[in-house]
Design a protein around this ligand. Structure first.
Ligand code: BGC
Length: 917
């Protein structure tokens, strides 16, 4: 029987990640994480949080108790000697974020752990062992000095289009004894590559993740035991500019932070088998040169590489470094030193271009077939000194030439100079581009598709969801969103990857992040972003519109900085952790007080807004032709509505963090704001607060008095169907709520119309006009280029949430999907939806399909959770599992029959339910 269930489930759910079985019991404990990361090096939490998942087939499987063992060596752990911590048997179903409570952990300590779990099947099962290592916990643990070169070389230029060559460093060490273990701790600012004995360490790129270096800087940790050996060893590093040296952008110098010239601090802790140890560290005995092949590197302008200047073997002991100078001591950056606790950026995919077309003599246009973020890897054979130029862009002009108008003054150009001889391959180190097309000139012979590969680069987050429907427009928009979202993950969520901006604007992500979490496991990335936002807070409480605050915009509005609260809420809702709310609550509170004291008038109206419903579409495509998207319509209605919403969120956060005294304060103020909002903005004759967006906010934030709800909602329907002819006209604010607003109030059919429309303005319109990502503007194909990126994600609004929660029916009802709500909408045109989401408890699956006779719904609910399922039929007797009426089946409980749905409660397990239509 067990085998049959197993085969069935493997066939059914074969595409779901992380699923296999071990042992007789059929239960497996897997995906052990420390601070949400797999086997991490360099954890800087004193009491890291431990998590795991359970896999097993039996229905209703849940954890009854757990016991965590933590040991100082793999051997001790194997013999169950928990010399660091034995949690003892804890009667709890918790599997997520259990805080380590053992002996104090030391800097660089290796820690091994496993967990035993008792389940409802009364079997106890051990996980396999997992590992983490502690980072350098205290400032005093860092040895050595910061080195660099605070000046230009003759070929460098500090000007509008600054050019700064990469700095190369090296030092050879004699390691006298047999090595037991070695760890490298590196801070290389802005970006670094680390080499030992000629080999690059790690498969990450563009590290460390960017921060406001005056506030905090991130180090990375690597186990380099295997890279070192007894005898001579050379450590080499290359420093690129990243966000540290930002002297390029002088068009708003008063707003752009620059931190100085690249610099580094490196410690390699070497432990010998005889128990002794030493720390290899940066000092001025290191050698340095700026005369390597990377002649210039700049996030906006590109990388120039002269292969003639390569230095074969430069990070090996035999290299002659007599022409290099000694490294110089430089000032340490002022920020706190912290471990990078997010996933690294990596080359996550390599794609092939789809066409190459000659444009004019010696110039070709390469089409990647996809707007992508990363770079081009090239393969070429030619003569020494041949110079290839690659220019990147998202779109072409009518004549097939590159259109770079929307890059503003970003040059987005890579240059490669050949060394000649054998075939050469090259890809850049310290830059990325947002592009679909590449103009190639100076290629020594006729280039073919074989000469190029697209390297897709972003934070290597685990993919957490799959989604497909019977509607091709929805599927293509989803694909575009997938490419856009990941492309704009650059150690922080940026607005766009191509023009001279690429900034982490807060207002682009408050709701997008929530939708994104269904596709990527973005918990760590967004937790880091919350830190970035906190670091942007001024002592008076103000929070920046861009964080890290590389651009110093403090325009004091509710909607952009308020993202701080909404991201913390998203992490709690989707990943079940309160930690970010606990960490940030005082800062959020301070910000709200700051805004209230300065901008709330005596009538409880929040008078300050900056962006209004940013990028709301012009009424017609013609009207918007050639117009800039940079139009602000500040709205007190929007700022007051958000103030009310944030007071509600803060009440919830106060309860979660046991700041009980704050709750009544928030609630009392909220009542006054609600009253004022209605007094000032409700138009009784029209049953309206104003624009479509303003009405949507009023409904979604629960600002509308109960008796008026239907009328206001009808007004929304009128605005969409009559005034906008079946379209939305919302910008980034209204679009965050529109799909849920329509669906929750009974007009899922209209939400579906918006989701599948292909006329202006709509997501489908972008697809119809060739988009392979999401545009910044609804009228992106005709607007002025100055603010018109083809790869922004803010206009996704709540669309991805709606895909998963409302089309697939995968919604977190209790934080972290402890309880799942499965209530997919049924619209006539849609015949199937296949979706999965890998929650913190394991994969949730919802696959439904219908034809004119039958409705079939395959459901998987992971152990430790249950689901409220709303089956689309009026009649309980109509629902069958394997041909049997469900009334008699274990694990299925009838709650009620209401309207067109039978409400069931399902325990964990796999189900195939069906009904006659
Ligand atoms: C960015 C947006 C951002 C906005 C706010 C734009 O230039 O690309 O995404 O939110 O500015 O002013």
């Amino acid at each position: 029987m067990k085998l049959r269930i197993l085969l069935f489930s493997l066939a059914l759910f074969s595409s779901i990640p992380c699923f296999s079985f071990e042992g007789e019991s059929g239960i497996r404990i897997y995906d052990l994480r420390t601070e949400m990361l797999n086997n991490p090096e360099g954890i800087n939490a004193l009491n890291p949080r431990l998590s795991w998942k359970i896999a097993g087939e039996s229905r209703g499987l849940h954890q009854i108790a757990y016991r965590i063992l933590v040991a100082s060596s793999a051997e001790k752990l194997a013999s169950d000697t928990a010399d660091l911590w034995d949690s003892g048997k804890q009667n709890s179903s918790e599997t997520n974020g259990i805080q380590y409570r053992g002996k104090n952990l030391q800097s660089s300590q290796d820690v091994y752990w496993k967990v035993k779990v008792w389940t409802s099947n009364s079997e106890d099962t051990w996980s396999t062992a997992s590992h983490w290592s502690m980072g350098l916990l205290y400032f005093k643990d860092w040895k050595g000095r910061w080195i660099g070169m605070d000046s230009l070389t003759p070929s460098d230029r500090d000007e509008k289009f600054s050019k700064l060559s990469a700095r190369y460093f090296r030092k050879t060490y004699q390691l006298p004894k047999q090595i037991k273990r070695a760890k490298a701790y590196i801070i290389g600012l802005g970006l670094y590559e680390l080499y030992i004995n000629g080999e690059k360490i790690g498969d990450h790129v563009l590290a460390p993740a960017p921060t406001d270096y005056s506030k905090n800087i991130l180090y990375n940790t690597f186990d380099v035991t295997d890279a070192l050996h007894t005898g001579e060893n050379t450590i080499g590093t290359i420093l690129g500019n990243g966000r540290y040296y930002t002297m390029r952008q002088d068009y708003k110098p008063y707003k752009i932070k620059d931190f100085g010239y690249p610099k580094m601090l490196l410690n390699v802790l070497v432990e010998y088998t005889d128990g002794s140890s030493e720390v290899l560290r940066t000092d001025n005995s290191w050698k340095m040169t700026a005369e390597g092949p990377i002649r210039s590197n700049n996030e906006y302008d590109g990388e120039h590489y002269d292969a003639r200047k390569e230095m074969p073997g430069w990070s090996t002991p035999t290299f002659d470094d007599s022409s290099w100078t000694n490294a110089l001591y430089v000032l340490a950056p002022s920020g706190n030193i912290e471990a990078q606790m997010t996933e690294y950026m990596k080359v996550v995919e390599t794609i092939k271009p789809i066409s190459i077309t000659p444009l004019k003599p010696d110039t070709y246009i390469l089409d990647m077939g996809q707007n992508m973020v990363g770079w081009l890897k090239l393969k070429v054979k030619g003569s020494k000194g041949d110079q290839i130029k690659l220019r990147f862009a998202e779109v072409l002009n009518k004549d097939g030439s590159l259109n770079v108008d929307n890059l503003r003054d970003a040059k987005s150009t890579d240059v490669y100079i050949l060394k000649g001889g054998e075939e050469e391959t090259w890809e850049p180190s310290f830059i990325y581009h947002g592009f679909r097309y590449v103009e190639i000139s100076g290629f020594p012979n006729t280039p073919t598709l074989e000469n190029f590969k697209g390297r897709v680069v972003n934070d290597a987050l685990e993919e957490s969801g799959t989604f497909e429907t019977s509607n091709p427009i929805i599927n293509q928009v989803y694909k575009n969103a997938y490419w856009g979202i990941r492309g704009n993950y650059k150690g922080m969520p940026i607005d766009c990857p191509q023009r001279n901006e690429r900034q982490p604007w807060l207002g682009d992500r408050p709701t997008s992040a929530y939708g994104e979490s269904f596709i990527f496991d973005n918990q760590k990335l967004y937790s880091k972003w919350l830190d970035d936002i906190r670091y942007s807070q001024k002592s008076d409480g103000a929070i920046a519109d861009v964080a890290p605050a590389f651009w110093m915009y403090y325009s004091d509005n509710m909607t952009w900085p308020g993202t701080y609260l909404m991201i913390a809420d998203m992490i709690h809702r989707q990943f079940g952790t309160v930690a970010p709310i606990q960490d940030h609550y005082p800062h959020m509170k301070k910000w709200l007080v700051y805004m209230r004291e300065r901008y709330m008038d005596e009538n409880y109206i929040l008078t300050k807004d900056s962006y209004g419903d940013w990028v709301a579409p012009p009424a017609t495509i013609e009207e918007g032709r050639g117009m800039t998207g940079n139009v602000k319509h500040p709205s007190k209605i929007i700022s007051t509505a958000y103030h009310y919403y944030f007071l509600q969120l803060m009440s919830k956060f106060a309860a979660l963090t046991e700041n009980h005294n704050d709750i009544s304060e928030y609630q009392q103020l909220a009542l006054k704001v609600k009253k004022a909002f209605n007094q000032h903005y409700f138009n009784k004759d029209k049953n309206s607060y104003g624009s479509l967006t303003e009405n949507i906010l009023a409904i979604e934030f629960d600002l509308v008095p109960e008796p008026k709800k239907t009328e206001v909602f009808n007004r929304i329907i009128h605005q969409i169907t009559k005034e906008n002819n079946g379209h939305l006209n919302t910008g980034v604010i209204g679009t965050q709520w529109i799909m849920r607003c329509l669906t929750e109030n009974g007009r899922a059919d209209l939400a579906y119309t918006l989701a599948t429309s292909t006329s202006y303005p709509s997501w489908g319109y972008m697809v119809e006009n060739g988009a392979t990502t999401i545009w910044e503007l609804w009228n992106g194909n005709t607007a002025a280029p100055n603010m018109n990126s083809y790869n922004h994600v803010m206009l996704l609004g709540d669309l991805i949430i709606w895909y998963y929660e409302n089309l697939a029916g995968i919604k977190s009802k209790k934080p972290g999907f402890k309880e799942i709500q499965m209530n997919p909408i049924m619209v006539n045109e849609l015949n199937y939806v296949n979706a999965s989401y890998n929650s913190i408890h394991g994969p949730i699956v919802s696959r439904w399909k219908k034809n004119n006779k039958k409705f079939i719904w395959e459901i998987r609910i992971p152990p430790n959770t249950s689901a409220e399922v709303y089956f689309p039929t009026k009649d309980l007797k109509n629902i069958k599992e394997n041909g049997k009426p469900i009334a008699k089946i274990d694990g299925i409980e009838l709650k009620e029959v209401k309207g067109n749905r039978v409400h069931l409660k399902l325990v964990s397990g796999n189900y195939i339910l069906s009904s006659e239509l």
